[in-house]
Design a protein around this ligand. Structure first.
Ligand code: UDX
Ligand code: UDX
Ligand code: ADP
Length: 482
């Protein structure tokens, strides 16, 4: 094992691998960092002026290091073969078929990467799990690596180094992380591998923020962190339903409880539901692990976080339909925001998708605007069945395609519409000329704010009927008995 790291290869040039390695290269000019991917189109984009992902600040970081000590390549085998440390940051989607479908993580990409590492390794390597994996994956990967490498002198040391960055703030999170977590085996070679990886992060992360743990704790910490974060959102979202039923205001409740230092004020924004590639996937994975270990009550507890999230999206759709006189059939509804959160063009597990599907189910016509998500992406997402394992191989466009229009201009999207639904918290939505929008809409004109970002009083003064999540209901929307 090389005591010092001279070359890093990262398998997987995605949302995690790309930005993380760009930051490592920026901060460690003495290390050559090569990000490799089998997807040549992606690699080409990383080498171009238009990066394949949108992330504030990423362009500058890539520009500063690319060509110096940061490289993107599809020559996977060569660079992995030459590296001292190999990060594995491939996709680990939820299985869509077979045992554990809908819950278990699909480790096919991971295993493929491990077999490839073994086949090209002529020198010992540290293999780092970067993508979130089920607990004990390291054990399985180690077996694959050991049994597939023909040279007995080559040693592999596996580390778990989960990434905690959030999309939209990736560069900030990478530059000043709350912590870096490195899990390794409690053996002399395990400890020395941890030290090598630690020395990479110490180029810019203060030593006290670099935590070490055993392999299993590190793997489990990542799943638990995401489960806890998602649980906070489901908790406040469940209270938002209670607020609407009682006349309390979820913003006030969140603020009051957040001032308790034991609870803390962050991550308490009620919303139309959480999305993103991690939360649901990781919780389902946690649930699956608990079920396989016979921990039914634990599995049920975490499964309820996902149930509340589904309930919240469904509840929003029902509010829209009820408020608009129990029919949205043929009505034009403007959807503001399709990304799963602001400052990203990512739509994976976006709540907007379920809400749009729900509205289309009741025959609404949707005019969708998002500042960063492409038209093709929106159409592709809406054409994909929610549970692909229910319709194996089916990606055929649904009948609803004619009812969906994607616009490049929010004012055009709102023209002649009956309602606006805010589904992503983009800052620009706060700055629109709502008088102009109101004048161009059908009356009564509704706003359904699924992110609570607009100035509701002002909108009411203009003439809108406003539904704001978890806030006292507008008398126009209230049912006679509520
Ligand atoms: C998350 C974790 O935050 C990150 O640490 C992990 O590495 C990956 O998963 P990400 O999915 O990129 O990151 O975004 P995050 O900011 O956590 O938001 C997830 C979802 O929760 C979004 O849909 C967001 O809109 C929603 N959310 C977040 C709320 O609804 N309310 C909140 O208060 C916070
Ligand atoms: C609680 C609230 O903390 C307080 O704000 C409220 O006004 C009344 O209820 P209390 O019941 O006196 O106060 O004690 P607390 O310290 O909250 O502990 C409650 C229980 O949780 C105890 O049994 C304690 O042992 C347990 N606990 C607390 C844990 O098991 N783990 C923890 O991390 C914290
Ligand atoms: P994440 O959000 O975890 O970064 P992404 O899906 O954005 O996940 O990126 C994962 C990347 O890993 C994809 O670009 C995919 O092509 C790549 N990948 C998967 N398997 C391999 C492999 N065996 N070798 C190289 N790249 C791979």
């Amino acid at each position: 094992m090389s005591p010092r790291c001279k070359k890093i290869a990262c398998i997987g040039a995605g949302y995690v691998g790309g930005p993380t390695m760009a930051m490592v290269a920026l901060k460690c000019p003495d290390i050559e960092v090569v990000v490799v991917d089998i997807n040549e189109v992606r690699i080409k984009a990383w080498n171009s002026e238009e990066l394949p992902i949108y992330e504030p600040g990423l362009d500058d970081v890539v520009k500063a290091a690319r060509g110096r000590n940061l490289f993107f390549s599809s020559d996977v085998k060569r660079h992995v073969g030459e590296a001292d440390i190999v990060f594995v940051s491939v996709n680990t989607p939820t299985k869509t078929r077979g045992v554990g479908a809908g819950k278990a993580a699909d480790l096919a990409y991971w295993e493929g990467a491990a077999r490839m590492i073994a086949s090209v390794s002529k020198t010992s390597k540290i293999v780092v799990e970067k993508s979130t994996v089920p607990v004990k994956t390291a054990e399985a990967i180690e077996k694959v690596l050991r049994r597939n490498c023909s040279d007995p002198a080559v040693q592999f040391e596996i580390l778990s180094n989960p990434e905690f960055l959030a999309e939209g703030t990736a560069i900030e999170d990478l530059e000043r992380p709350d912590r870096v977590l490195i899990g390794g085996k409690e053996t002399p070679s395990g400890r020395s591998a941890v030290e090598v990886l630690k020395s990479v992060y110490e180029h810019w992360v203060p030593a006290e923020r670099i935590l070490t743990a055993n392999l299993w704790s590190a793997e489990l910490s990542k799943l638990t962190a995401n489960a806890f974060l998602a649980q906070r959102i489901s908790s406040i979202n469940s209270i938002s339903a209670l607020c609407e039923a009682t006349g309390a205001d979820v913003g006030q409740v969140a603020h009051s409880i957040g001032t308790d230092s034991r609870i803390g004020g962050k991550f308490l924004n009620a919303s139309v539901g959480f999305g993103g590639s991690c939360f649901q996937k990781d919780i389902l994975n946690l649930v699956y692990i608990c079920e396989t270990l016979g921990l039914k009550q634990v599995a049920d507890y975490w499964a309820s976080v996902v149930s509340i999230n589904d309930y919240q999206k469904q509840r929003f759709v029902e509010r829209v339909i009820e408020a608009m006189f129990n029919t949205i059939s043929g009505k034009k509804i403007t959807v503001l925001g399709f990304a799963f959160k602001k400052d990203t063009g990512d739509t994976r597990e976006t709540p907007a998708l379920d809400v749009c599907q729900g509205l289309l189910q009741d025959n609404a016509r949707l005019y969708i605007y998002d500042p960063k998500v492409t038209e093709n992406q929106i159409h592709a997402d809406l054409a994909t069945p929610k549970f692909e394992w229910d319709h194996p191989g089916s990606r055929t466009p649904s009948r609803k395609q004619d009812s969906i229009k994607v616009l490049q201009d929010p004012y055009e999207a709102a023209q002649d519409s009956h309602a606006l639904c805010v589904l992503t918290e983009w800052d620009e939505f706060k700055k629109y000329d709502y008088e102009r929008i109101y004048d161009s809409m059908m009356k009564p004109a509704f706003v359904f704010d699924g992110r609570n970002i607009l100035d509701h009083e002002r909108l009411r003064k203009i003439g809108f009927i406003v539904y704001a999540l978890g806030k006292p209901l507008d008398p126009f929307i209230q049912k006679p008995y509520s």
